[in-house]
Design a protein around this ligand. Structure first.
Ligand SMILES: O=P(O)(O)OC[C@H]1O[C@H](OP(=O)(O)OP(=O)(O)O)[C@H](O)[C@@H]1O
Ligand SMILES: O=c1cc[nH]c(=O)[nH]1
Ligand SMILES: [Mg+2]
Length: 212
């Protein structure tokens, strides 16, 4: 798996404010969207395009347009939903599918409670959105789900990861037959005994939408 950690002062600045326990939900939501737009610029470097010709007011010109089928953006509910606007701002013609997953806070195992995706993903480039890659179980299950449906190119966009989670994700997806890349704003120190990223930013879903 190809892994890119974005090294940019604006990303570092926004991530720092996002982490701050004093940052309120409206600001957290806005910063999440802004960060995703910055990460998406790098994450879409391999998006498929076709050559096209257009005519400018002055002369014919050669260019490119996004290829069909359209890219599919898949936020992992709940917290990944906070990343959706920032992503579709950059790729407005993308389609959007949804997967709802929650991690059991005792066992740290993910379970899927909702899914609304095209049945057939053959030939689709998929962009999976989830702010937190902690143990890696949730993201690995989501990627596996999309590949089993036929997706042939996966890009995961996360804000923060733990080194243990990246290692586990890589090993869980070791046998994947399609290209899979991971784009991140930062890699933190470790996981704590509750499976939270340290220093992290706490529970991303709760900070976006409130404690449930
Ligand atoms: O890498 P893992 O150890 O699997 O954990 C990461 C997952 O945990 C969080 O979601 P959570 O289960 O809290 O659901 P939520 O988005 O509804 O808050 C986060 O958004 C990831 O989906
Ligand atoms: O640090 C963490 C780990 C899992 N989920 C979160 O929202 N934060
Ligand atoms: Mg949560």
């Amino acid at each position: 798996m190809e892994i890119t950690v974005i090294d940019h002062p604006l990303v570092a600045h926004k991530l720092t404010v996002l982490r701050d326990v004093e940052t309120d939900s409206p600001t957290f939501r806005r910063l999440t969207e802004e960060l995703v737009t910055l990460l998406a610029y790098e994450a879409t470097r391999e998006v498929r395009v076709n050559p096209v010709s257009v005519t400018t007011p002055v002369a014919p010109a050669q260019g490119v347009r996004l290829a069909a089928p359209k890219p599919l953006v898949v936020p992992i509910l709940r917290a990944g939903l906070g990343m959706l606007e920032g992503m579709v701002r950059l790729v407005p013609t993308a389609e959007v599918g949804f997967v709802g997953m929650v991690r059991n806070e005792e066992t740290l195992e993910p379970s899927t409670y909702a899914e609304r995706l095209p049945d057939d993903l053959h030939g689709r480039q998929c962009y999976v959105l989830d702010p937190m890659l902690a143990t890696g179980g949730t993201l690995a299950a989501a990627v596996r789900f999309l590949v089993n449906r036929g997706a042939d190119h996966i890009t995961c966009i996360c804000l923060l990861a733990a080194p243990e989670g990246i290692e586990r994700l890589t090993s869980l997806l070791d046998d994947l037959k399609v290209p899979c890349t991971l784009v991140l704003a930062g890699v933190d120190d470790r996981l704590n005994e509750k499976g939270y990223i340290v220093p992290g930013l706490g529970d991303a879903g709760d900070r976006l939408y409130g404690v449930v």
